[in-house]
Design a binder for this molecule. Sequence first.
Ligand SMILES: [Ca+2]
Ligand SMILES: [Ca+2]
Ligand SMILES: [Ca+2]
Ligand SMILES: [Ca+2]
Length: 344
Amino acid sequence: MLPVSNSGAASTTMVLGVPVTRKLSFVVLLLSLGIAACEIVAGIHDIQLTADAADAGDAEAPSVDTGAPDAAICHRGGAAASTVCDCAERIDSDRDGHMACAVDPKEVDCNDTDPQMHPGATESCNGKDDDCNGAVDDVPALLHGSLVAPVDAHWAAVGNAVLGTTNGAQLTKDAVGETGAVWWSAPYRFDAFDMTATFAIQNKPDGADGCAFGWVPSLGAPGVGSGNGYGLGGLGGYAVAIDTYQNPGEPPAPFLKVFGGGVDATFTIPNVRDGRNHTMRVTLDAGRLNVWIDAFKYVTDFAMKDYVPFTGYWGFAAGGGNAFEAHYLSDMMMTFPNGQGCVP
Ligand SMILES: [Ca+2]
Ligand SMILES: [Ca+2]
Ligand SMILES: [Ca+2]
Ligand SMILES: [Ca+2]
């Protein structure tokens, strides 16, 4: 074994005929020669996270820790390791302050050759797991595009819906048998979301059938269902609807309806069929639904029975039949707070 000082103090040593003025440089030299530094400093020195005074003014890498050795089980690459980190793994090669192996799994550098990737980094849409949390491009998504001209290119109108009017989208006209919807034309995973829509329903007491925010697994073809489902009929998935037609056993119209899967529930709300703008906010998290109308909460932690997150599309639809009315959507915004990926 080669001689080495463990004091941490600067010293001059001859190694393989080369004068090494500092222990740091000595270890670096050994590493560069392919000699495991642990052989020399086993149980005594770890690799340091940041430059120390001895590093001042040079660009040595990797750097060396003169502190106490690690003894705990470490983690590497996001998985628990069965052994302590070996010496080579305790090198902060890219000098971003994190190593490829660490006791705390949250501190593991998932790419020790990329200084932009490390725990605590900001995730961005670049195909990399910047923050080393195990998910690539898990960027919280805020989706908000104009429904008035110029209309955001993400919006797709189907059925009788018309985008880009002065009030946004007109989903149905005051005419028999109209159905229409607007969809954000990119798929997202519906595990948790926070959606707010601004809608208006024609002031027509004998109108029908209503409008709905829907999140569905597929838009199908032509991407809009029958009027007998607020423009969502046949698409599956889930919806929160303003129902404007009172069938037997239902609350006075308009009322709130939550349906899809094994869920079918109604809730009483104030009259929003008055030709004015109203807001609907819907949040879903861990299979629990909350709904606000005009900032008042009418559905609180409603359990969506057997809800399983799925990937699909979200939008706002409306429909009528032999009874009918006009429906409008002037604004709609969706947030996926848990990180859903980049906006396509
Ligand atoms: Ca690193
Ligand atoms: Ca890194
Ligand atoms: Ca990530
Ligand atoms: Ca990324």
